[in-house]
Ligand binder design. Sequence first.
Ligand SMILES: [Fe+2]
Length: 289
Amino acid sequence: MRSVTAENITETFLGYFGKDTDPRVKEIMASLAHHLHGFVKDTKLTHDEWRESLELLKWVGEITTPERNEFVLLSDVLGVSSLVDMINSNPAATSSSVLGPFHVSDAPEMALGADFKRHYDGEVILVEGYIKDTEGNFIPGATVDIWQTAPNGLYSSQDEEQDINSFHGVFTADENGYYCFTTIRPVSYTVPSDGPVGKILDATGRHPWRPSHLHYIVSAEGYRSLVTEVFPNDDPYLDQDTVFGVREDLVIGYKPQAAGTFPKEGFELSGKVDDAFSKIDFDAILIKK
Ligand SMILES: [Fe+2]
């Protein structure tokens, strides 16, 4: 095409595809071109705005490290991560939610009933539940990978005070699909706002807060892995999560338990907790592949 115009550029772009282009690649690129070209026309994007957008994307790349993925964060605050989760969710399974940028691979294996909080102080939370399929059958031996913030609101990769595996643990559910551990209450926190994502939040009058949560990746042979989060039902940021991660079935009450009622056995902290504590019951439902 020699005389490319604002009217025919999208069709021209599509006409440049080779005939052996993978059909899915073609579908995605065609839709991207339609929306992207439409966006430029709708907003009557100026040269300055276009240059500033490219500078911002360049900054996203420059600030990204193995410990901080600004691309993930950008996708999160734009609602893209959550939208991908939602359109790929099966209503019969537990809702998925954002992975976020702070998961540590190869976290240590922990025995069921282990204590997650190590030397940190705070209200003890006993977490337990079952991993099940959509028919309610328990899935034995599922892997339950969990991580959370320390009381200072930071994940291990953000905090020089913590080693990299702090507040990360991998549990194997027993033959009945049961898992359990203890921790302390995770806290609400702000996503990193000292980079390009922070600039977007500032420019649109948004805050960087997320409601407190426990992150989960639950996986089992023959099932689709579930990446999700569990939120307490009293967090002030539940209705304004800056990364749009909250789903109704992921909001769980932290049930207060009286002093002196901590289980006498089965937990690393058995015999060591006399005070009141709280309990989370969270079952995860997986979809067969
Ligand atoms: Fe998180």
